[in-house]
Structures are given as structure tokens and as C-alpha cells.
Write a protein that binds this ligand. Structure first.
Ligand SMILES: *Cc1c(COP(=O)(O)O)cnc(C)c1O
Length: 497
């Protein structure tokens, strides 16, 4: 299996090279040359497997430069019982005859990014060996919360790697900040930036683009690498859990083999939803994808009009991991919908960089609308959904997941489509305790002490606090530095000298 760039389909590289490079030199994203089919018989076989076996089965179709043993080794390390609190790793829970919730947050950081980042560290390390690169990997991350912590947990104490996370001093939730500043591990570092997420991100981008910095690090034996979701190594593990969810439905007799389902995903950078689309391309029976956004509803507008326009206001919402204007992975979907017309993709993304807007063709608009339903809701509606879902299903969800529930209900009242639907749950409600507590009980206020807020939430909703969050209380703060954006460059050079 080889990979090509969305902006040059003649470029062909194997998985190891693709994972090590992250982004293609032409600025495009790597996509697989073809999608290998998963047949009905395969689905039956998968149903009998555990999560590690299921992931190896799917990964094998993409990582043809890895042996079975190597894949098993990576998957076992990633999805081990020490790291995941749920034995089935990605738990599927029925809420009614037609609504199912796929919980992707039983990993060490209580958000779905663990599903990919736990595995990426091992895949990256092995890939480096395969490419014959004898360098230490320095993973650099700018985060608005979830990615940073998931990268720290994924890479911590993985030999041959170091991870350094920059976060905006006042731009992450209390829990998210504590999760990062108390991070354990020999090869980790965390540093706050005085500024917002854009400052942290543009600082990191500058470092990646600086030949001077890259060269200096190379001389000291380090190779810069990124863990954000444009890396193909982050996408492929996400395809697995859609197959796994379908198999769990089969196993429990909730669907018949071949019966199509809908999938509703709270969306930011479009990685999670794209993985679902790829699963369908491989043969997973899916009818519609429900693309759920918060007030940053650029994707809703895009699905409705075919116009992608980033000239708009940015909102900070109660579902911060979806506060995004440029959904990078959309480029991969468009490449597919345009039948791999790389010339056209170059044209669209050139327009996006010069004018901040592009429009797709009539034909592609129709294709898009055939499979994708787009909707959004604001913070008020998100809070109402948290309360409604709790009352209707006795299920407590986080604000991101609540956005998906809300948009699914919009879809239901518009279409009347009774197809069984998987709603993807991307974070533990305890990661966003303040918003969730305010939603379930108007009289409840946030406590000065975040752990009191957490306890209150647990009491009011009679739900269990996940142990990685409970344990934060006993951890020491290890990283309390704040630097200015202009000092990031020097900070890195000093660190990796
Ligand atoms: C990252 C994240 C999302 C958005 O996922 P994308 O793959 O970027 O669309 C949604 N919810 C949570 C909790 C996240 O951390």
C-alpha cells in the first residue's frame, strides 16, 4: 500500500515515510492509494475479535510495510488495560432501540484523542527504524487542551522520543491545565505561552518552517515531528473504532449483517468524521454522516452551500476542541469527492490561502449532500442538550458530545430517518465539569476549587469520577513556566541542545 499527496497524486510513499514526514512537501496531505475492501465475511470474523485484534486487522490493510508481529506489538502497548479503563477500549452503549453512543474517552486523558495518539507514538518509533533514520524524535505540539495532554501520555517514556507541549496560559480549562502541568514521564516538557492558542500555534509553525531551527536540531541528533491530525498515522487508528462499533452492534443482535447505520460526530478538524467516511469507503454499511458543529459553523455552511469561507468571526465556546475555522482534513474528503483531481485541489487551496474562500463544483456539492448532513448549535442549546440527554436516556455527556446529540435531533425532525445511529462521544463529562454541572442543575455554581466542582457533579448525577481525573488531586505540579511567544524559538534550541 502506497500513499500519495492530495496535491500531487504521482508522489508515492510507503506508510513509514508518510508517518515520519507528516505533511507532504507540496503542502498536501497524504492519502492511501486505494481502499482495501472489508467484506461481510470479514465483519463476521471481526465480530469475534477483541479490540487489539480488530485494530491489527484494519491496520494491516494500510501498514503493509509492518509485519503482523510489529502491529500486534504496537497495538498491545497502545490499548493495554493499564492505559484504558474499559476492557472493550471503545465502548458502545445502547440508549434506545435506535440511538447508540460510542464512548471514545476511556483512555488515560479522558478524551478521544487517546485512541490515535496512544498508537501513534509506537508507529512513529517503528517507522523511524524502518526508514533507517537514527535520530531522536522531538514532538512539538501547540494545544488548545486535549491534543497536548494526549500527546504527552502517548509519547511519555517511549524510548527515542521527547515531547514538548505549548499551551495558551489562559486558554485551557482548569482540568486540562492540571492534566498537563502534572504530567509524569522522563521525556516530557510543558510550557505555557502568554497569549492565546493562535500565538502558541503560530509559534510552533514558525519553528517547523525555520530551516535554521530544523538544522540546529538535526546537528544535535533530533528530528522535529508533529502529532496533529494532518498526520496519516493519527487517522488510521480512528478508522478501527467505527468497524469495532458496528461489530459490537452485530454481536449484541442490535443490527443485522449489512444493515446500514448513521454516524453523528462532533467535528472540529474533521479528522474523526473523515475516518468514519474512510470506513464506509472500505465497505462499512453507513447511510448518512451527521457533521455536528458548535457556533463556529463553517462546516454546516459548507455542506449547505458548497462555499468554504474562513472570513468570519471566531467564537470561543463551551466545546473548545471544536473551535476551529480551518478543518484541515476536509482536503482529504474533497480529494476523494473530486475523483482524485489533484489539479483541482491545488486550485481550491490556493484560493483559500489568497482569498480565504473557495466554492466546489455543482457535481461535488450533490455528492457531498448525498452523504453528509450538517448542523450546529450554540452554547445555550448545548447546555440544554446535556440536560435533555440526561433526562431522556439517563446518560451524562460532555459538551462536545451534546453538540452531536443536538444536531442528531435536528436531523431526526427534518428527515424522520429512523436508521439506527451511532453518536460519537469524544470526552468524559468530567473534563468539562463546570459546564456540565451548570447544565444539569441551574442552582449549582462552579466552586473555586475545581475538585469540589467535580465532586458536586458526581453527587448530583450519581456518576463515577474517572480515576485519571480523580488522581490529579494527588499529583505535584511539575511544569509552571510561562514564556512569551517570542522566546519559544530559543527555548527549544536550548532544550534540545
Ligand atoms: C479534538 C476533539 C474533537 C474534534 O475532533 P476532530 O477530529 O478535530 O474533528 C471533538 N471533541 C473533542 C473532545 C476533541 O478533543
Amino acid at each position: 500500500m502506497l500513499y500519495k499527496s492530495t496535491r500531487n497524486k504521482n508522489l508515492k510513499l510507503d506508510f513509514s515515510s508518510v508517518v515520519v514526514s507528516g505533511i507532504a512537501e507540496d503542502g498536501g496531505l497524504f492519502v492511501p492509494d486505494k481502499f482495501l475492501h472489508v467484506s461481510r465475511e470479514d465483519l463476521v470474523i471481526l465480530t469475534k475479535m477483541d479490540y487489539v485484534q480488530r485494530s491489527v486487522f484494519i491496520l494491516k490493510k494500510f501498514l503493509t510495510d509492518f509485519t503482523d508481529d510489529e502491529l500486534f506489538d504496537c497495538a498491545k502497548k497502545a490499548y493495554s488495560p493499564e492505559k484504558f479503563s474499559s476492557f472493550d477500549i471503545a465502548s458502545l452503549k445502547p440508549l434506545s432501540d435506535s440511538v447508540f453512543v460510542l464512548e471514545l474517552w476511556h483512555g488515560p486523558t479522558c478524551a478521544f484523542k487517546d485512541m490515535a495518539l496512544q498508537l501513534l507514538a509506537h508507529l512513529l518509533k517503528k517507522s523511524l527504524e524502518k526508514c533507517g533514520i537514527e535520530k531522536h524524535i522531538a514532538v512539538l505540539v501547540a494545544t488548545s487542551g486535549d491534543t497536548g495532554k494526549a500527546a504527552l501520555e502517548g509519547f511519555r517514556d517511549v524510548e527515542g522520543t521527547s515531547v514538548l507541549v505549548f499551551y495558551p496560559e489562559n486558554g485551557v480549562s482548569k482540568i486540562q491545565k492540571l492534566q498537563m502541568t502534572t504530567q509524569v514521564g522522563k521525556n516530557v516538557d510543558v510550557c505555557a505561552i502568554s497569549g492565546n492558542f493562535d500565538d502558541a500555534q503560530s509559534g510552533v509553525k514558525k519553528i517547523f518552517n525555520s530551516a535554521k531551527c530544523v538544522e540546529a536540531l538535526k546537528k544535535s541528533g533530533y528530528l522535529l515531528s508533529s502529532a496533529n491530525s494532518i498526520n496519516w498515522g493519527r487517522l488510521v487508528p480512528q478508522i478501527v473504532y467505527y468497524f469495532s462499533a458496528y461489530c459490537d452492534m452485530l454481536k449484541n443482535g442490535w443490527i443485522n449483517l449489512g444493515e446500514p447505520v448513521n454516524i453523528a460526530v462532533p467535528t472540529g478538524n474533521f479528522g474523526n468524521l473523515l475516518a468514519a467516511y474512510y470506513a464506509k469507503r472500505m465497505g462499512l454499511p453507513v447511510k448518512n454522516f451527521i457533521c455536528a458543529s458548535n457556533k463556529n459553523n463553517i462546516l454546516t455552511d459548507f455542506i449547505h452551500t458548497g462555499i468554504y469561507n474562513i472570513n468570519r468571526k471566531f467564537y470561543s465556546t463551551t466545546s473548545p476542541s471544536m473551535d476551529i475555522l480551518i478543518s484541515s482534513n476536509l482536503e482529504r474528503l474533497l480529494f476523494d469527492l473530486y475523483d482524485e483531481d489533484d489539479f483541482k485541489i491545488n486550485d481550491l487551496y490556493h484560493k483559500l490561502s489568497t482569498d480565504g474562500v473557495f466554492e466546489i463544483s455543482q457535481e461535488v456539492k450533490i455528492k457531498l449532500k448525498n452523504e453528509f448532513y450538517g448542523g450546529f448549535c450554540d452554547d445555550d442549546q448545548t447546555k440544554k442538550s446535556i440536560k435533555n440527554v440526561l433526562e431522556k436516556y439517563e446518560y451524562l455527556c460532555d459538551p462536545h458530545t451534546a453538540v452531536a446529540f443536538n444536531v442528531y435531533n435536528q436531523y431526526l425532525s427534518k428527515t424522520g430517518d429512523k436508521t439506527k445511529t451511532i453518536i460519537v462521544s469524544t470526552a468524559s463529562p468530567y473534563k468539562f465539569s463546570k459546564t456540565v454541572l451548570e447544565s444539569v442543575d441551574k442552582n449549582m455554581n462552579e466552586d473555586e476549587d475545581i475538585f469540589n466542582t467535580i465532586e458536586k457533579l458526581s453527587k448530583v448525577t450519581k456518576t463515577k469520577i474517572p480515576s485519571p481525573i480523580l488522581q490529579l488531586k494527588n499529583l505535584k505540579i511539575r511544569f509552571d513556566k510561562t514564556i512569551s511567544k517570542s522566546d519559544m524559538f530559543e527555548y527549544i534550541l536550548k532544550k534540545f541542545d
